[in-house]
Design a protein around this ligand. Structure first.
Ligand code: HEC
Length: 262
């Protein structure tokens, strides 16, 4: 072993390995011991530094004629002499395989979600087209609050919620339904003060009726899994599920007077 380490090729490999360990781990872990902040070394920097070390090693081995021929001898043997055929074949497989592996690692698609900013509550349209009829959103109140019994509206809203919304928005209305983990952005939590609690009922109506496909372009991409319920629910059914959501989550809808304040 010590014979190999005294050989110029052995030393060159040793210096290269030492340099790798020092750059990859030394830079990240040594300065913090002295209270100096540091962090992982980017691969591009690592390769640049290692490149410099390789140049230094080549200068050292070629600086002296005997050391240079000693350094080259094993390489020459493996690449030319007939009795080293096996080693040569092995290298001819291993080196391209390593390069292939590195290339694969670089180009393989990453599963990480892209960092995108989206505006959670884009401005609603002034009016929408609901099942062929134009509906003014501005100033619109939930008509069910003025007719019939709130208990009945709540009951029918609850049924609609359980059948249609629970799988995503969850039984606790906290956005933790069975399907929730599959979606990014995840289903809204109606318990959260940042959702229905700060919206008017007409806004919620618009979101329920038009869903993800009805979101305006600002802040795109939306990737919202929220279905457009106008294809499945009547106008009254949507108003009643909205009553259920506010009652159940214990929030008051934002009023149009508040809306005018800002
Ligand atoms: C397939 C899953 C899924 C189902 C089913 C679903 N939603 Fe959603 N919903 C979402 C996702 C995801 C979001 C968040 C993205 C967005 O705002 O579009 C969302 C957002 C919302 C919002 C917007 C909240 C806000 O703060 O802007 C409302 C309101 C809403 N859903 C109501 C409902 C109602 C009512 C039902 C049932 C009639 C329902 N959802 C069914 C996935 C779903």
């Amino acid at each position: 072993m010590s014979k190999h380490l005294r050989h110029p090729l052995g030393r060159a490999v040793l210096v290269l390995l030492g340099a790798y360990v020092l750059i990859e781990f030394g830079i990240a872990y040594l300065p913090p011991l002295f209270g100096i902040p540091s962090g992982p070394v980017p691969d591009t920097v690592l390769f640049q530094y290692l490149g410099t070390v390789v140049v230094g090693i080549l200068i050292w081995v070629s600086d002296n004629e005997t050391r240079w021929s000693e350094f080259k001898a094993p390489l020459h043997k493996v690449m030319v002499e007939p009795e080293k055929k096996r080693a040569r074949l092995a290298l001819a497989v291993i080196i391209p395989a390593l390069v292939g592996l590195m290339t694969f690692n670089q180009v393989k698609p990453s599963m990480a979600a892209p960092a995108t900013l989206r505006s959670i509550h884009p401005a609603p349209p002034g009016q929408i087209d609901f099942k062929g009829e134009t509906m003014e959103l501005a100033g619109l109140e939930n008509p069910l609050r003025a007719t019939g019994s709130m208990e009945e509206h709540y009951e029918s809203g609850r049924e609609i919620y359980v059948k249609n919304c629970m799988a995503c928005h969850g039984d606790g209305l906290a956005g933790r339904g069975h399907y929730a983990l599959g979606f990014n952005p995840g289903p809204a939590s109606f318990q959260d003060v940042g959702t229905i609690a700060q919206l008017t009922e007409s806004y919620v109506f618009w979101r329920v009726a038009k869903g993800g496909p009805g979101l305006p372009n600002e802040g795109a991409p939306w990737n919202s899994a929220m279905p457009s319920w106008e294809d499945f629910l009547t106008e009254e059914e949507i108003w009643s599920v909205i009553i259920f959501m506010y009652e159940q989550a214990g929030h008051e809808p934002r009023t149009w007077e508040e809306e005018g304040e800002h």
